[in-house]
Design a protein around this ligand. Structure first.
Ligand SMILES: [Zn+2]
Length: 385
């Protein structure tokens, strides 16, 4: 790729494994009456041959997404994750905790404060050493991955714990979630690539937990390398003593088995993108031919990418409902499809509501019982292909 340098290891060998061509910024929702065409930017995933990090190739400056409503699934997962890490003894009361947050929300600080940890890092205390550092979908937003991990490592106390949570590349590939690729998200981590990135900053993984959020989310606990502490013991003793470390080893072994660093494996996302776009267009066309009405639910970034790549417009999908009031009166980027409120959806339910974010189905069924009461069905987007 000429002058391109890996965002993590600075290597120059690698290849584009997913090329979506030019796409609108999925975070910028134009006003409904604002005429297009919307500006587009190249959207490509590059896989580093040296360290295995999948990453956003180009770096267009795109506007920030407004913070949407915090999905209940994310809140529930945070509670689950904090409980599991605490059970492993990694969240002691009195520990100083710093958080590198995500622009999309989802802070764990409130949960940790109730367990007696002490949040630091506000205002002039920014940069203080922390015993626990939380990074929940935060680091993926850093264009320079090597700098981002170095900053976290520098701030971590010698015996401190860095908790990094990420949407797993292995899950993205396994489930064909090509539309996880988006502007502003610079890194798509496998545990394998993240381990290499950590090693570059003198850190190594100590334990891993897996969650079903987004189809496969991993929480990795890492600490500073401490040569001489564990490495001098015989392997059997080390293994017997290192229960949590086994969770890391089995995760890395699974990834090696699936070929997560191989361009041909990760490149399967390109075929998925085409297949899912075709499946969506064909299903909507068939519904229209059968006289059935369909509306969408959730104006999430992945819905934007899918609608654009499938070439779906308001003729096939007349509107998308979303719980975030900030999006009402806007339209889906790159299309003429308006974003409406849930009240507009429930006032006149269509025959089917196509849900672009399957994690939301339990909560929308509960929140909008009028939809099923009117005989309409919530349709899971992942059931189309
Ligand atoms: Zn690299």
């Amino acid at each position: 790729m000429g002058n391109y340098e890996c965002r993590a290891c600075r290597g120059r060998d690698g290849e584009v494994v997913l090329d979506m061509g030019n796409q609108p910024a999925c975070d910028y929702f134009p006003k409904y009456d604002e005429p297009g065409p919307d500006p587009v930017y190249p959207l490509q995933m590059w896989l580093c041959a040296s360290c295995g990090l999948a990453q956003l190739l180009t770096d267009p400056t795109v506007p920030e997404e407004p913070k949407g409503a915090e999905p209940a699934a994310l809140v529930a997962q945070a509670e689950d994750a904090v409980a599991r890490v605490a059970a492993a003894g990694m969240l002691p009361a009195g520990a100083r905790v710093a958080e590198y947050g995500s622009p999309h929300g989802g802070s764990w600080l409130g949960l940790l404060a109730t367990r007696g940890l002490i949040p630091i890092g506000d205002g002039d205390r920014d940069g203080d050493e922390a015993d626990v550092i939380i990074d929940c979908f935060g680091m993926m937003h850093a264009a320079d991955q090597a700098a981002a991990i170095a900053e976290r490592s520098d701030r971590l106390a010698p015996r401190g714990t860095l908790l990094l949570q990420f949407h797993s590349l292995a899950a993205i590939v396994r489930q064909g979630q090509w539309n996880a690729l988006r502007h502003g998200h610079y890194a798509y981590y496998s545990a394998t690539a993240l381990t290499a990135l950590l090693a570059g900053a003198g850190l190594r993984p100590r334990a891993a937990w897996q969650f079903s959020l987004y189809g496969g989310t991993v929480l990795l606990a890492a600490g500073h390398d401490a040569p001489g502490h564990s490495d001098e013991r015989p392997a059997m003793v080390r293994d017997a003593a290192a229960g949590p470390a086994e969770t890391v080893r089995s995760l890395l072994a699974d990834e090696a088995h699936s070929g997560i660093s191989s361009p041909s494996v990760v490149g399967g996302l390109q075929r998925e993108a085409a297949a899912q776009g075709n499946a969506l267009r064909e299903w909507l066309t068939a519904q229209r031919a059968a006289g059935k009405s369909v509306l969408g639910y959730s104006a999430a970034s992945r819905a934007v990418a899918l609608l654009c790549s499938a070439g779906v417009d308001a003729g096939l999908l007349p509107a998308v409902a979303d719980a975030s009031p900030g999006k009402h009166g806007l339209r889906m980027p790159g299309t003429s499809i308006p974003v409406i409120s849930p009240a507009e959806l429930t006032a006149a339910p269509p025959d089917e509501v196509l849900v672009f974010v399957p994690d939301l189905i339990p909560e929308v069924r509960k929140a909008y019982p009028e939809v099923e009461a009117a005989g309409a069905a919530w349709k899971d987007i992942s059931d189309l292909s």
